[in-house]
Ligand binder design. Structure first.
Ligand code: SAH
Ligand code: SF4
Length: 401
């Protein structure tokens, strides 16, 4: 059983349709220069002001310039006249019987506020000792992995850094993670004790994060900044289907944990399951993994492997997986396939998954089986999809006038 919450939309933070730019998603240096460019501060004052704003936005989760009490009133007014602090609108919020929570968030295109808004899904997975937010990087996906629901939705557009962060900010607000916030009391769970509700972020929602590299990088650097939201980089994991040229930069420039959607042990099968394999086959992908900056036994790469009945789940494949990963500090995450309407695969029986895990374990790899979470609200891995459709060129031209 799942609960769909009836939200009072009158209190939801609505994105402004005006063309004022948002400060969310700018680095601190970019905020400082935006303030100078707008004539709000002098060059000399700009760093101090940017620091103040940063603290309000990311430590306190403030969405209203008027609450920024250490900023003089006339300056607050100028800020409000010039910028917005937009967050996504919550279209729906569902809570699974296992406490998993899924939001459908709506964004307007900041560059084209007249375009129809786009929607993405974001999922929160609470456990005893942690809470993980699964964040989307794109609306839809250009890739077409044959077992993934998101892959059936054409790419509508990349999310901006502000929109990627907007999912985190809105989720933190709903979960009472900002100072003075209230934990929800609707049956959804959060970790016990006084840990934050959101301790971990996984870039495993809709889209391929490495096809939106610059925005994902900017958003994750802001989310992990020590003087802001301060999420630990060791608790941020970026999952890629294998965009090889961006793997090394991810380690060097973002410095987060890496997960690879491997799913097959030979190129013929991986070409079908994860078609990007035709461009960057298994050998090239694993070479990039071997060279991942900062890789060590304390900082392993997670290899995701979806268990598809009769397709990739034999003992021979388990042994081949172990052989392929030799020498790479790795964890193997076995994901029981999550079905979706129209999917052509079945989930491997649990006895098969256990046997596969056993072979991998005996070879010395930790191989937790990912318990499906939030299936009743369609929030499990690979089940996310939104209704946003790509506009035709004609429609876009008509809207642009
Ligand atoms: N695009 C990125 C991240 C999003 S998908 C990527 O592909 O890595 C997050 C994980 O869920 C990936 O490992 C993906 O392969 C897996 N996945 C997709 N569809 C699934 C399904 N139906 N059942 C189980 N896992 C699935
Ligand atoms: Fe895109 Fe990842 Fe789904 Fe493949 S598995 S279609 S890369 S979201």
């Amino acid at each position: 059983m799942s609960i769909a919450l009836n939200l009072d939309h009158s209190t939801a933070v609505r994105p402004a349709v005006a063309s004022r730019p948002s400060l969310i998603g700018l680095s601190k240096a970019q905020i400082a220069s935006a303030l100078v460019d707008a004539g709000i501060t002098t060059d000399r004052e700009s760093r101090m002001r940017a620091n103040q704003l940063w603290n309000w936005l990311y430590v306190n989760g403030t969405t209203d310039f008027d609450r920024m009490t250490n900023v003089a009133k006339p300056v607050r007014q100028k800020l409000a006249d010039t910028f917005i602090l937009d967050r996504p609108e919550i279209v729906s919020e569902q809570v699974s019987s296992d406490g998993t929570r899924k939001w459908l968030f709506r964004f307007r295109d900041p560059a084209n506020p007249l375009y129809p808004p786009v929607e993405v899904e974001t999922v929160y997975i609470p456990e005893q000792d942690r809470g993980t937010l699964c964040v989307s990087s794109q609306v839809g996906c250009t890739l077409t992995c044959s077992f993934c629901h998101t892959g059936t939705q054409k790419l509508v557009r990349n999310l901006t850094a502000g929109e990627i962060l907007g999912q985190v900010l809105m989720a933190r607000e709903r979960l009472g993670d900002f100072p003075g916030g209230q934990r929800p009391d609707d049956g959804g769970l959060v970790p016990s004790g006084d840990t934050r509700a959101i301790t971990n972020i996984v870039m495993m929602g809709m889209g391929e994060p490495l096809y939106n590299y610059e925005n994902v990088k900017q958003a994750l650097l802001i989310a992990s900044a020590g003087d802001g939201m301060s999420l630990s980089k060791r608790r941020i994991t970026l999952s890629t289907s294998g965009v090889v040229p961006f793997i090394e930069p991810t380690g060097r420039e973002i410095d987060v944990m890496l997960a690879i959607s491997l799913h097959a042990t030979n190129n013929d099968l991986r070409d079908v399951l994860v078609p990007i394999n035709k461009k960057w086959p298994i050998e090239e992908l694993l070479d990039a993994c071997r060279n991942y900056p900062g890789l060590s036994n304390a900082r392993r790469i997670t290899f995701e492997y979806v268990m598809l009945d009769g397709i990739n789940d034999s003992d021979a494949e388990a042994r081949e997986l172990v052989r392929l990963l030799a020498g790479i500090p790795a964890k193997i995450n076995l994901i029981p396939f999550n079905p979706w309407p129209g999917s052509n695969y079945g989930t491997s029986p649990s006895s098969r998954i256990e046997r596969f895990a056993d072979i991998v374990n005996k070879a010395g790899y930790a191989s937790p089986v990912r318990t499906p979470r939030g299936r009743d609200i369609f929030a499990a891995c690979g089940q996310l999809k939104s209704e946003s459709e790509r506009l035709s060129k004609k429609d876009r031209e008509a809207l642009a006038g």
